[in-house]
Design a protein around this ligand. Sequence first.
Ligand code: ARG
Length: 457
Amino acid sequence: MDKMWAGRFEKALDKMADDFNSSIHFDKKMYKQDIRGSLEHASMLCAVGILTAEELGLITEGLTSILDDLNNGVLTFDDNAEDIHMFVEAELTKRIGDAGKKLHTARSRNDQVALDLRLYMRDEARDIVALLRKLISSLLNQAKENKKTIMPGYTHLQRAQPITFAHHLLAYCMMLLRDITRIEDAIRRMNYSPLGSCALAGTTYPTDRDMVAKALGFDGVCMNSIDGVSDRDYCIELESAFATVMMHLSRLSEEIILWSSWEFKFVELDDAYTTGSSIMPQKKNPDMAELVRGKTGRVYGDLMATLTMLKGIPLAYNKDMQEDKESIFDATETVKKCLEVFVPMIATMKPIPENMYNAAKRGFINATDLADYLTKRGLPFRTAYKIVGTIVGKCVKENKTLDELTIEEYKKYSDIFDTDLYDEISLESCVGKRISKGSTGYTSVEEQIAYVEEQLK
Ligand code: ARG
């Protein structure tokens, strides 16, 4: 196929170089956005008198038929076209003749690709926000069912203090809610139209950039045409937000993997989201969670690739920038697929409260509460801490839990101890007595549930 830009050249592009240069195999993803942008560009060209109404009619009809044919598979992408923009324009001219050749007036592929990618990523980012909301709902439902499910809370992966499973899951709801705001922030900042920046310096035609921007749902136009065609900040912001989402999913994956092990057995994943082994008949593996944990690195890599691709290129457009797409498409698809599989995996996950409770019973998880018991009755906290430490040491030696010591034994360490201590260090009261805002206490957990519900509205 003759290149659109062939005029200046005496020789055709080498076949290998042509393939190397071509981006249609990945930028064809943006065909809807490309056509949508061209439709609005053409309307604007007509409104300012550059195209006649008749030409606009032909272009509109031609582009719409191309869109329909691509949607229905009647038309397939030509792998010899350099990119999606060239493909659509060539196809249009094939269909409507000379009017098609006027579409690219007052536009360059530099602002065209900048527009297409913004439109594409705005749609994708909104889809990801919707998926995040679904995942938060799944977690919230599990939290609501497990308001009374007591489990060990950990630090250093050592049993630390009793918490409820609800409280633990709500922590993830908070992270994912912040992820949504990060993506929404990025969308707000990117929502300006680069179209009309042209190659880099703007145009001599009396275009109406605001008209196109408005029609495409932007909040305005990029104010500097050089920036308009060079800016990929939004790719970095989105990839960074996606990387953060993946990091959160990966942490939760790691917990789910631990919780599903025989060592913990805090949850049972649904058969539909686990796999077996080809040799060990007993195995039920949490592959989905492991894959999400594994794919996190890919998304980090995509962010790094974009940052590195951009760091050395002078203004304005350089072909390096074609590399923005494969990275951000990969990051987008990966985070979407991970969220899609996570939503039902969480919704169908069955907690095993007895195991969580039994784990919480061992490990002196109520030792802080025993120290608080003494402190509330007049001992300085450090003194109380020391006494309880000694008692824990004795229990470790005798393989006992704190509630198995008799009151006489307790009295040997301090005569402040009385029989009401047993009530105070029960797991239920350790959780129930936590009254600070944001704590694992029952009232606080209700507040957190209400907060998440409010944010999801
Ligand atoms: N396929 C190119 C890209 O993705 C489109 C812009 C090409 N512009 C140019 N002047 N070669 O970046």
